[in-house]
Design a protein. Structure first.
Length: 170
C-alpha cells in the first residue's frame, strides 16, 4: 500500500465488528510498534495488548466512559519507560519517550489500516486509574489507549486546514 494513500484513507474508528484479529496480523502490529524510530534508539516504551473484557470495561470507564473501547477485540496501551528515557534527563522523560510512543503508535495504526483494521487514538483518560488498572511499575506511564479491530462503520474524512495554514517556509 502506498504510504501517503494509507495516511489519507486511515480514519478514527469508534465502531468495531465482533471479530477476532488473526495472530499473523497481531504480530505485524507488534513489529510496527517495536521497529518505530526512537530517541537514541533507547526504545523507552512498552505496550500492553488488552483482550480481557472486564479490563477493557475498566479502561473505558477510566477513559471518561468512552464505551466504544470495549467493542474492540484488542486495546493497546502505550507507555513511556522513565527508567530508560532518564538517560536524556528531564527532556528524555517529558518529551523524547512520549515522542517514541507516538511514533510507534502512528506506524502501528498505518499497519492496522493496511490490514483492514481500524484504530482510534484515545488520549482522554485518567492516567492514574489506567496506571492502577494495569498494575504498572513506577517507571511506566500510560500515554495513549488505542482500540484496534475490524471497522463496523468508516466515517467520512474530516476537513483539513490548508497547506498555507499548516506550513510556513522560511
Amino acid at each position: 500500500m502506498e504510504i501517503l494513500k494509507a495516511i489519507r484513507e486511515r480514519r478514527s474508528i469508534r465502531n468495531f465488528q465482533k471479530k477476532d484479529i488473526p495472530k499473523e496480523i497481531v504480530d505485524k502490529l507488534i513489529d510496527a510498534l517495536i521497529w518505530a524510530p526512537s530517541a537514541g534508539n533507547l526504545q523507552a516504551r512498552k505496550f500492553f495488548f488488552i483482550k480481557d473484557a472486564k479490563l477493557k470495561e475498566d479502561i473505558a470507564a477510566a477513559a471518561l466512559n468512552q464505551d466504544f473501547i470495549t467493542e474492540a477485540p484488542i486495546v493497546i496501551v502505550g507507555c513511556t519507560d522513565s527508567r530508560i528515557s532518564s538517560k536524556y534527563g528531564e527532556r528524555g522523560e517529558s518529551l523524547y519517550s512520549i515522542q517514541d510512543v507516538a511514533a510507534s503508535i502512528m506506524g502501528m495504526m498505518l499497519v492496522a489500516h493496511e490490514n483492514g483494521l481500524g484504530t482510534v487514538w484515545v488520549g482522554a483518560f485518567r492516567e492514574e486509574e489506567v496506571f492502577d488498572l494495569l498494575n504498572l511499575p513506577q517507571n511506566l506511564r500510560p500515554i495513549a489507549i488505542v482500540p484496534v479491530g475490524y471497522p463496523a462503520k468508516i466515517p467520512s474524512p474530516p476537513p483539513r486546514i490548508s497547506r498555507e495554514e499548516a506550513v510556513e517556509f522560511r
